[in-house]
Ligand binder design. Structure first.
Ligand code: ATP
Ligand code: MG
Length: 222
C-alpha cells in the first residue's frame, strides 16, 4: 500500500503525520515500512537519523527521491508492505508523480483560512492525477485543531470547505498537542512516547479510517 502525505501548504503537519503513520504501520500492523522523503528540507530523513541513534526504537527505512519518481515508487512498492511518501509543501514534479501511483493521498490542512485557500488548487491537481490513477483515494485531514470547545465550529467549517469541493475529509482530526512536536525531536512518535495518549488515539483513528476506505471504483461506471 502506498500512502502519499502531501499538499502545498507549508507547516500543515505533513511530515509529522507521515512519520506517525509509518510507526503505526510498523508497530501496530507489524508491516515492513519504507518512508520516501521527497522534500529537499529533509525533515523526515532527519527524523529517521535521530531515530537511528536510539537503539530502543525499531528502525524504519527511508530514502530520498526527487523529480520523476513514478517508476521508482512503483518498484519500491513491490518490496514493502507500506510505502509512506512525504512530499514537501510545494506543487512539484515529485508530488504529482507520487499522486499518479499512490493508493491513498492524504492532505493535511489546519482549520485556518490560508490553508483552506489551497483546497481549490489541490482539487484541480487531484482530478488531473485521477485520470492516470483512477483507483487513488484522496482525503483531506484537519490537523492542529484548537482544543477549545468554543472553537469547535472552525473544525466543522474547515471540513465543510473540503466537502464543498467534492473531496473526502476524514472524520478523524489531530488537535494541537505538544507531544507531536516533542516526540519528533528524538526520532520518536506519539505512539511510542505514550501509546494511550490522546495524540496516539488520533493517529490510530486516522490510520484506521484510511484502511477502512473502500477502493474507488466509480471510474468503472463512467
Ligand atoms: N497536531 C499537532 N499538534 C501540534 N503540533 C503539530 C501537530 N502536527 C504537527 N505539528 C508541528 O507543526 C510543525 C510543522 O509540522 P510538519 O513539519 O509536519 O509540517 P509540514 O507540513 O511537513 O511542513 P513543510 O511544508 O515544511 O514540509 C512541527 O513542529 C510539528 O511538530
Ligand atoms: Mg514536511
Amino acid at each position: 500500500m502506498m500512502i502519499l502525505v502531501g499538499g502545498e501548504k507549508g507547516g500543515s503537519g505533513k511530515s509529522c503525520l507521515a512519520q506517525n503513520l509509518a510507526v503505526y504501520f510498523a508497530k501496530i500492523k507489524k508491516g515492513i515500512v519504507l518512508m520516501v522523503d521527497c522534500d529537499p528540507q529533509r525533515t523526515t530523513s532527519d527524523w529517521i537519523q535521530a531515530r537511528n541513534t536510539d537503539p530502543s526504537l525499531p528502525a524504519i527505512n527511508c530514502i530520498q527521491l526527487y523529480g520523476k519518481i513514478r517508476n521508482d515508487l512503483l518498484s519500491l512498492n513491490q518490496h514493502y508492505d507500506y510505502v509512506i511518501v512525504d512530499c514537501g509543501g510545494q506543487d512539484n514534479l515529485a508530488l504529482r508523480a507520487a499522486m499518479s501511483v499512490a493508493d491513498h493521498v492524504i492532505i493535511p490542512l489546519r482549520p485556518k483560512r490560508r490553508d483552506l485557500k489551497t483546497v481549490p488548487h489541490m482539487e484541480d491537481m487531484l482530478s488531473t492525477c485521477k485520470m492516470v490513477n483512477p483507483k487513488m483515494l484522496a482525503s483531506f485531514v484537519i490537523t492542529q485543531c484548537p482544543a477549545l470547545p468554543t472553537q469547535a465550529n472552525r473544525i466543522i467549517e474547515a471540513k465543510d470547505v473540503c466537502k464543498s469541493y467534492g473531496i473526502n475529509v476524514l472524520n478523524a482530526v489531530t488537535y494541537s498537542r505538544n507531544i507531536y512536536d516533542d516526540s519528533e525531536e528524538s526520532g520518536s512518535s506519539v505512539l511510542e512516547i505514550d501509546s494511550e495518549s490522546k495524540a496516539a488515539l488520533e493517529v490510530i483513528a486516522i490510520a484506521e479510517e484510511l484502511i477502512a476506505m473502500k477502493p474507488d471504483n466509480s471510474h468503472e461506471f463512467n
